[in-house]
Design a protein around this ligand. Sequence first.
Ligand code: FES
Length: 159
Amino acid sequence: MSRKISLTVNGAALEAVVEPRLTLVDFLRDQAGLTGTHVGCEHGVCGACSVLFDGAPIRSCLMFAVQADGHAMTTVEGLRDEDGSLGVLQDSFWETHALQCGYCTPGMLIAAEGCCRAIQIRPMRRSARRSPVISAAVPAMFRLSKRSVSPRPAGVSNR
Ligand code: FES
């Protein structure tokens, strides 16, 4: 049985009718038209589907769209500047070649935005990039990422 949901995505109010089994990532891509959020492993391992859920990063392949009812989401499209140009984090990734094939880059950007919010750092524009604030963000994020790594289960290789 379909259900009506109301949520905020990238600052815009959205209403939709969804099937209860529809994942949040499929809703964002197929119904909301926000294809910047990618689908990789579909079981919570790769992070390509990450979005901010009420300000914190989550893997949207592990949630149903109905669970997002009443909540606020930010996708990679929401990191753009108001004029549609690259946001400061996106610009920083581009400038430093912080991507490989690019498929998981939206998830990496969302994780970086989540880290900045968690440690209350506001990335700055290119003209101010040499400031101590942005310089401090890099080691702080690295430290945070080290803390969030869980031990690899026995018998699982690094490949
Ligand atoms: S698609 Fe890999 S964690 Fe969601």
